[in-house]
Ligand binder design. Structure first.
Ligand code: COA
Length: 176
């Protein structure tokens, strides 16, 4: 399992020790507004940690908890996973932050590192990202990463804005 580091964060594969922090994140209806539309219960969070641990074991990638360096607090989470969790689909990158940590650039910082790892270590030819069409804050993260808008498509039972970036595009951007 891969731990990643950024200037301000440590990205740790979901573990039982993250339960309190991840529940604090996912119990917030504002955070969940454009994801499932409902806050998680502690049991939901516990079950998701179990599923994610199984995916790390099976695939070698899944969800990380974003741990703030210094405070040691869980301030968010992010993933590299198959779009719609279907192995037939290309890889998807995703993120969420605790509301009191929005506006600090942390999602973009984590996403840069997760994307770089997906291209360099996993050798994925393409990364896709999707968000509810009204989720402009998330679309802005996709744009900051240099992802191209592909259009509106139906994923996760929602109309989503779809963005993507190829390995070639990512490497050209990184070389700038
Ligand atoms: C999507 C989400 C993670 C975006 O969070 P965010 O804080 O806006 O995104 P970033 O971490 O990239 O921060 C960028 C913002 O921080 C500001 N910022 C402040 N300090 C910064 C720094 N050091 N570096 C970069 N940006 C900084 C930027 O100007 C930008 O603000 P702006 O959008 O008003 O211009 C957040 O809105 C969220 O968790 N939403 C709920 C969950 C969700 O919907 N997830 C996505 C599902 S598809």
């Amino acid at each position: 399992m891969t731990i990643l580091s950024t200037a301000r964060l440590r990205l740790e594969p979901f573990d039982d020790a993250h339960l309190d922090g991840l529940y604090e994140l996912n119990r917030d209806p504002v955070v969940m507004r454009y994801i499932t539309g409902r806050p998680e219960t502690r049991d939901d969070t516990l079950a998701s940690i179990g599923r994610v641990k199984a995916r790390w074991a099976e695939w070698g990638y899944s969800w990380w908890a974003f741990i703030e360096q210094g405070s040691g607090q869980v301030v968010g989470a992010g993933c590299i996973q198959h779009l719609a969790r279907d192995a037939a689909n290309p890889l998807e990158i995703g993120w969420r932050l605790r509301q009191d940590h929005w506006g600090r650039g942390l999602a973009t910082e984590a996403a840069q590192t997760m994307a770089g790892w997906a291209f360099d270590a996993l050798k994925t030819p393409l990364l896709t990202s999707v968000c509810h069409v009204d989720n402009t804050a998330s679309a802005k993260v996709m744009q900051r990463l240099g992802m191209r808008y592909r259009g509106v498509e139906r994923w996760y039972d929602m109309d989503t804005a779809v963005y993507e970036i190829t390995d070639q595009e990512w490497q050209a951007r990184s070389a700038q």
